[in-house]
Design a protein around this ligand. Structure first.
Ligand code: FES
Length: 687
């Protein structure tokens, strides 16, 4: 490897965007200059002119800022290697191969994003920092010495020598299946092979995961899996570029053993072999999901070399094949809370490459899992100047509260209502599901929007636009809006009781037994569904939101605060929850509305960060130790907060910020004809 020359007469090479500069002897390849200066310029083939990862953009002319003039002949002329590459694959105009172009005069060289190893992957949701690529697995190409009778050594030993000499890679090992095909691959590649190197710790031991003859151009991939109680969601990521090649989700098949975590723990307790059965079901589902997502992206699943899992503690144990029985009772001891490094066969993940490496994020505590750790990794509350409450909404809510000084975490059993389950007209988020709803406070008439159509139901063309999908039910974000809108329109009182037609003044309030339901849409005339919000639905949402609020409130108690500066709503459908409606419902504590933001699937994003950046794994492994966990199940205050939070929005908490955006009607349907279990308390008129 060359080093920067000290001779003032040598050409000055300035790299952008890093700004790194140095003088190099004429004839130094740009790649060599970049390496000497520690410039982030990629190379897989080691300068053989075949991988094209080292592409650079030289600039010519006056650069007053840098104090140089770059002449047209600042780099050597195109050589035959570049010309051939351009002929065969095509090189973007103005680009050169850094390993072929040589420095001949002062030059300014831009390293495009695609040629940077540690490139940044910008997140679509854009609310947090981009991911910097630093994956544990990378590909390099090596030229291995041929065997020599006079210097006997094994092919693997010569491969290790080549890695040391050509890539400065040491302490290399390979599993038996890799060794078993090494001789064939070496000879097929005429002693040039591509090697996938797995090095989870910088400077640490290196494991060869896969080998290919010549230059492997098929890419290497990783799966970031958010293993939830209700759904399993995965992103397939390119381990070199960080690009998401595909995303998919399936229902967790363990639902048939119990909808929430505790019922799965009971199934494990009550049924002989129950835990094993659930382990098998979830592993099968992951195999199916991995295969499907790769097939959809047109990628061989055997090119999936890494997988990162985030999950709650019960799912964590069931995935690992550990009986979760201890998690069902205090003191909620985990078998292990540390991050885990495993390989695909350990978990029976046969769809992936047999050498694929698995990483499970650490758990925070018995009820606060690796999913909460992933949310912390994604949202970085420990770096926040202001006090941020992060709520990851799912069947189990992960809640974090903190700032630079302290971070607290808890988990709260919300149940599956927010995901549309246990709701009479509930369904998963799919085309045809109502996702937004407004109710006119004067007429009490609803209008809504369904997934797959941008029009409101009272706009011209809506019927035609939804003819294909139909109007099929209400998804999680839709039910939150429906209940909040009913409260704001005076169809629902503070205790959560739906008023009668007489009390509310709308025939859409229809008696069903001793309670009422509110009719949103009746498609029965044309064979469609009748979509209503029943008293039972309201109760399910009340329970779910009370659990969420009580968890948040408990953390605020521990932090000794009555308000938070901002709220981040996360979760698979977190991005779709309307902050205003979440606040009317009392899902979250009062906060300025503009300070309530959505982060999308933060746990899934945390998994992606850990997949693409090995330093992030270290960061969260250290970070979880600093997070103080609060156990909701044994905190008496949780129950108190839960009861108070049953009212909509809340029985006792003042909500000054909410009052600036909506005035909730002072109605009470418990006194006459409501037929429910209202406790008769009256809410103070707000605003
Ligand atoms: S380093 Fe591979 S083409 Fe230049």
């Amino acid at each position: 490897m060359g080093s920067a020359s000290t001779d003032d007469k040598d050409p000055l090479v300035i790299f952008t965007p890093s700004g790194k500069r140095g003088r190099f002897a004429k004839g130094t390849p740009v790649l060599q200059a970049a390496r000497a200066l520690g410039v982030d310029l990629d190379s897989v083939c080691g300068g053989r002119g075949i991988c094209s990862k080292c592409q650079i953009n030289p600039s010519f002319g006056e650069f007053a800022k840098h104090g140089v003039t770059v002449r047209e002949d600042a780099l050597s002329e195109w050589n035959e290697v570049e010309a051939r590459y351009d002929r065969v694959k095509g090189l973007i105009s103005g680009r050169r191969l850094g390993c072929q172009a040589k420095v001949m005069g002062d030059v300014v060289i831009d390293v495009p994003e695609t040629s940077q190893v540690h490139r940044q992957v910008v997140r679509k949701e854009a609310s947090t920092k981009p991911i910097t690529m630093d994956p544990a697995t990378r590909i390099v190409m090596v030229e291995v010495a041929e065997p020599d009778m006079h210097e006997p050594s094994g092919d693997f030993e010569r491969l290790k020598d080549a890695l040391a000499q050509q890539w400065d890679v040491h302490q290399v090992s390979a599993a038996l299946p890799v060794l078993a095909k090494l001789q064939t691959v070496l000879r097929k590649g005429k002693w040039q092979i591509s090697v996938a190197l797995f090095q989870p710790d910088e400077g640490g031991v290196v494991q060869i995961l896969e080998i290919w003859p010549n230059l492997h151009e098929g890419g290497i991939y990783g799966l970031a899996v958010d293993l939830g109680s209700t759904t399993i969601a995965a992103h397939l990521c390119d381990l070199t570029t960080g690009a998401v090649m595909g995303s998919a989700g399936i229902m967790n098949p363990q639902i048939r053993f119990g909808e929430d975590l505790m019922s799965r723990v009971s199934y494990a307790m009550m049924q002989e072999g129950g835990a094993t059965e659930m382990t098998r079901a979830v592993r099968e589902a992951i195999n199916t999901l991995g295969g499907q997502i790769a097939e959809d992206a047109g990628i061989d699943p055997k090119l999936i070399l890494e997988t990162v899992f985030v999950c709650n503690p019960v799912m964590h144990h069931l995935l690992l094949g550990i009986d979760p029985v201890e998690l069902g009772q205090a003191p909620f001891a985990l078998a292990t809370s540390d991050a885990l490094r495993l390989s695909a066969p350990d978990l029976g993940l046969s769809t992936l490459n047999p050498q694929a490496q698995i990483y499970l994020l650490p758990c925070i505590a018995g009820h606060v899992g690796a999913d909460a750790a992933a949310v912390a990794l994604s949202e970085a509350p420990e770096q926040s100047e202001d006090l941020v409450l992060i709520v990851d909404v799912g069947t189990n809510a992960e809640i974090l509260l903190g700032n630079k000084t302290k971070v607290l975490a808890c988990s709260s059993p919300t149940g599956p209502a927010f995901e549309g389950a246990q709701i009479s007209s509930g369904q998963r988020a799919a085309p045809g599901a109502i996702e937004h709803i407004e109710i006119d406070p004067a007429t009490k008439e609803p209008r809504f929007r369904v997934i797959g159509c941008d029009l409101w139901s009272d706009e011209a063309g809506f019927a035609e636009a939804t003819a294909q999908t139909g109007i099929t039910g209400i998804c999680g974000s839709g039910i939150i809006e429906a209940v909040a809108e009913m409260r704001a329109a005076g169809l629902l009182d503070g205790s959560g009781l739906i008023g009668s037609a007489e009390q509310t003044g709308t025939p859409r309030s229809i008696p069903t037994g001793r309670t009422h339901e509110y009719l949103i849409f009746d498609g029965t005339a044309t064979g469609g569904p009748r979509i209503t919000v029943t008293q039972g639905d309201i109760r399910a949402i009340q329970l779910a939101k009370s659990a969420l609020y009580a968890g948040a409130r408990l953390l605020m108690d521990q932090m000794d605060v009555d308000a938070v500066d901002r709220v981040v709503l996360a979760g698979a459908f977190g991005a779709h929850i309307s902050p205003k409606h979440a606040m009317i419902l009392g899902m979250i504590p009062d906060a300025p509305l503009e300070k309530v933001t959505s982060a999308g699937n933060a746990a899934g994003h945390g998994a992606r960060i850990a997949l693409c950046n090995r330093a992030a794994r270290k960061r969260i492994e250290g970070g979880v130790r600093a997070i103080q966990k609060v156990e909701t199940a044994i905190e008496p205050r949780f129950q108190e907060h839960f009861v108070a939070a049953n009212a909509i929005p809340h029985k006792t908490a003042s909500m000054p910020n909410l009052a600036t955006v909506v005035s909730l009607p002072d109605v009470n349907f418990g006194a006459s004809g409501g037929g429910g279990n209202d406790d008769g308390r009256r809410r103070r008129r707000r605003g």
